[in-house]
Design a protein around this ligand. Structure first.
Ligand code: DC
Length: 230
């Protein structure tokens, strides 16, 4: 059977990764979290002091250091998914902090960062049988993907979900901070020059403000099956 490419883009905290992982599991496809790659570069920049907490970025320094950034996904049987490694070390937990979320959009604006990551994402998807989520997957990374989704939800629903996720992980952060971070990231991600967050013309829009994960999964899976059945 043909192994297709499924692109899932959308706003921050719109539930992309949950659905992408669910689809990948059901289809026995590879799941690629492209946001984790941008987050890992942001973590590298923080560690190398190329960006500070106030959002000042040494762009030239980052570009010059990019050849020291080596990203891979390593399968973790415990989580059932590929987890991001930065220079050989699993950083899946470290990249989910609020500190990384605060600077990742600045890092993702840098053209040389996007060029490097897009190329690597295209190589990972070359054989098909992948579900990739991000912001520019259906438009730039995999413009020929066989199925494309664009996920969205109200600002309230997204902030509530991300806040609950951070609390579950034991982080202390206010709902107001989470809401402000999502709004700021969506603004930077949608207005940047290269690879902005944008709905592909042929993407199916899923507004999941009032849909359960099961309802979204059923709907998305039925569209994928239709495509697979020709
Ligand atoms: O999906 P996420 O929230 O983990 O992504 C983190 C950041 O990475 C997001 O604010 C924008 C950036 N990103 C991007 O620019 N392009 C992608 N394909 C994926 C993520």
């Amino acid at each position: 059977m043909t192994r297709i490419r499924i692109a899932i883009d959308g706003l921050s905290a719109s539930g992309k990764s949950t659905l992408a992982q669910g689809l990948a599991k059901a289809l026995n496809y590879l799941y690629i979290d492209s946001g984790a790659m941008y987050r890992a570069v942001a973590l590298f920049a923080l560690r190398e002091k190329l960006v500070d907490r106030e959002g000042r970025l040494d762009e030239a320094g980052l570009v010059a250091s990019l050849d020291r950034v080596f990203l891979t996904f390593r399968f973790n049987p415990a989580s059932g998914r590929g987890e991001i490694c930065l220079n050989g070390r699993n950083v899946e937990k470290e990249i989910r902090t609020h500190e990384v979320s605060r600077c990742v959009s600045l890092i993702a604006k840098v053209g040389a960062v996007r060029d490097k990551l897009v190329k690597s994402q295209q190589q990972m998807a070359a054989a098909g049988g992948v579900v990739m989520d991000g912001r520019d997957i259906g438009t730039v990374v995999l413009p020929d993907a066989e199925v494309k989704f664009f996920m969205t939800a109200s600002a309230e629903a997204r902030a509530g979900r991300r806040y609950a996720e951070l609390l579950r992980r034991g982080r202390t952060v206010s709902l107001e901070d989470v809401r402000a971070n999502l709004a700021e990231r969506d603004h930077i991600d949608s207005t940047r020059e290269q690879g902005p967050l944008k709905q592909a013309e042929d993407a199916v829009v899923i507004d999941n403000s009032d849909l359960s994960i099961e309802q979204q999964f059923e709907h998305m899976m039925s569209l994928v099956q239709e495509r697979l059945n020709g």
